[in-house]
Design a protein around this ligand. Structure first.
Ligand code: FES
Ligand code: FES
Length: 168
């Protein structure tokens, strides 16, 4: 008997679409997303919970998909980087990373953006310290982090302006 003989049904929502999949009990969420569904925007860096490249949102909270079993996501709402521009327009964080040059090689960027997305939903007006804390589980080997923090500040300001504009 192999590991894949043990299977389970995962019923969840991925980027707003309801899914019911039969997967191996031991399949990691990152493999479910990348290999089973084909959402390769979520990256694998260390594959051991150290780098944050694989960060996605599960019920709105950032999670390392390389440390999470797909089976435990049964009944949850999962969001990946592919969810963010579904309206056909980059979202505020994606615009921020573009505008402030927050990405260099770009490998950490999907995970950074998803961690920042979770942060801004919880705390739309973060201080620099809040942003540093919110992204503490995400490692970037290229940027030195300053540009990433500016990108998140840009997004927070844009979202605030959009809210104020909508309320006016
Ligand atoms: S790949 Fe998941 S934390 Fe590094
Ligand atoms: S932009 Fe290269 S690792 Fe972050």
């Amino acid at each position: 008997m192999t590991d894949t003989d043990h299977r389970t049904i995962v019923s969840c929502s991925v980027n707003g679409r309801r899914r019911d999949d039969v997967v191996p009990d031991n399949m990691l969420l990152v493999d479910y997303l990348r290999e089973h569904i084909g959402l390769t925007g979520t990256k694998i860096g260390c594959d051991g919970g150290e780098c944050g490249c694989c960060t996605v949102l599960v019920d709105g909270r950032p999670r390392h998909a390389c440390l999470t079993l797909a089976a435990v996501c049964n009944g949850t709402d999962i969001e990946t980087i592919e969810a963010l521009d579904r309206s056909g327009r980059l979202n505020a964080l994606q615009r921020g990373f573009n505008e402030k040059l927050g990405a260099q090689c770009g490998f950490c960027t999907p995970g950074m953006i998803m961690a920042a997305e979770g942060l801004l939903r919880d705390n739309p007006d973060p201080t620099e310290d809040d942003i540093r804390q919110g992204l503490a589980a995400n490692i970037c080997r290229c940027t030195g982090y300053v540009k990433i923090i500016e990108a998140v500040q840009f997004a927070a300001a844009e979202l605030k302006n959009e809210k104020t504009g909508a309320a006016a």
